[in-house]
Ligand binder design. Structure first.
Ligand SMILES: Cc1cc2nc3c(=O)[nH]c(=O)nc-3n(C[C@H](O)[C@H](O)[C@H](O)COP(=O)(O)OP(=O)(O)OC[C@H]3O[C@@H](n4cnc5c(N)ncnc54)[C@H](O)[C@@H]3O)c2cc1C
Ligand code: SF4
Length: 312
């Protein structure tokens, strides 16, 4: 039985955490049948507050615990709300934050045995050629499916870092890069395990929210999703952090929207104007044009929710 990080990385096979994505891919012969079960490693299912005010989340922490732990609900509300809204209650109970960050694309061309996908080594990207209304709107010419991880998108808004193999610390951005490696959903090496997620200390007076536009309330990935975190100085926005998912091969921060918010009053007009910039640089696919206004509206709605101005 695997008890330590060293036990796990010295084995040959594929890491298994909650198994909610692993087992689906195993059924479709997309992953090997030598699981390296991480769940027996001690100490990786804890959420701890660091002396300097940050919070560390063990990679084996269930998503329901991320959603329901008081310190995360109070200080990192965008993350806790995102964890509480994704998938289904059953999957949030079993699935881990580490597995969420390293899950594989949901593209049906990847998952279906008879459809072609360059991520599986085929010559043709079936998703780009065929049915793709769930596809990207920031197209880099490679994989046309959006990155599946809600929590990666949320952690980007908090400038989180990930600890690898109990030692090395990397910015969450480095886990995914810029999406130019079309063959992969994350950039971890084969002998690399995410062991912890590190959140920097939250600023006093942060206002945050998560919003998803989705075809149904449960058991579905978001069409577009967003986390916003606003640091206030009185009624003025001192700092803004805006991340979006469902629109690009990697989760995205939107620096142009953030810049338009800083120094402005936290009122509906500010949010409307800034949210229009969310689509800057968008080059949608033939079937994803509808996502462009949805992206702007979702960012606006998340900003209104963060500021307590939305009619929810
Ligand atoms: C109906 C449905 C709806 C869903 N909706 C959403 C959604 O809206 N948003 C969303 O983000 N997700 C969604 N999911 C996906 C779900 O969140 C993931 O399946 C889950 O988070 C995976 O966690 P796990 O612990 O079960 O990982 P596993 O299935 O055990 O592993 C997943 C992958 O991660 C690797 N892995 C696991 N842990 C580590 C680690 N610590 N270090 C390195 N590699 C590791 C495994 O090797 C495997 O490749 C949905 C799933 C379903 C079935
Ligand atoms: S969009 Fe991505 S996952 Fe889907 S078939 Fe193309 S390469 Fe594969």
């Amino acid at each position: 039985m695997i008890k330590t990080i060293n036990d796990a990385i010295s084995e040959k096979g594929d890491y298994l955490a909650g198994g909610t994505d692993y087992m689906d891919r195993k059924r479709h012969h997309l992953i090997g049948d030598r699981p390296i079960d991480l769940m027996g490693i001690d100490g990786l299912d804890q959420i701890t507050v660091d002396p300097k005010g940050g919070v560390t989340i063990g990679a084996l922490t269930s998503m329901v615990n991320v959603a329901q732990t008081a310190v995360l609900q109070e200080k990192y509300a965008g993350l806790a709300q995102a964890a509480g809204a994704l998938a289904t209650p059953q999957i949030r109970q079993v699935g881990t934050i580490g597995g969420n960050l390293t899950q594989a694309t949901r593209c049906q061309y990847y998952r279906h045995p008879n459809l072609t996908c360059t991520k599986k080594g085929d010559a043709v990207c079936g998703g780009r050629e065929g049915y793709h209304p769930n596809g990207v709107v920031f197209d880099n010419g490679g994989c046309a499916a959006p990155h599946p991880s809600t929590l990666a998108m949320a952690l980007m808004a908090y400038d989180a870092q990930v600890e690898i193999n109990g030692a090395e610390i990397r910015p969450i951005f480095d886990l995914y890069g810029d999406g130019s490696d079309h063959s992969r959903d994350h950039l971890l090496g084969e002998d690399e395990i995410i062991t912890r997620i590190i959140l920097p200390a939250a600023e006093a007076k942060e206002k945050a929210a998560y919003f998803r536009a989705s075809a149904r309330a449960r058991a579905e990935w978001a069409i577009v999703e967003c986390v916003v975190c606003l640091v206030m100085s009185g009624d003025t926005i001192k700092q803004a952090f805006v991340s979006v998912g469902g629109v690009a091969p990697v989760p995205l921060r939107l620096p142009q929207v953030e810049a338009a918010l800083v120094g402005q009053p936290a009122v509906a007009e500010t949010f409307k104007e800034a949210a229009q910039l969310a689509a800057e640089g968008a080059n949608p696919l033939p079937q994803t044009e509808y996502k462009v206004p949805l992206l702007c509206n979702s960012v606006e709605e998340t900003l209104l929710r963060a500021a307590g101005l939305a009619d929810e």
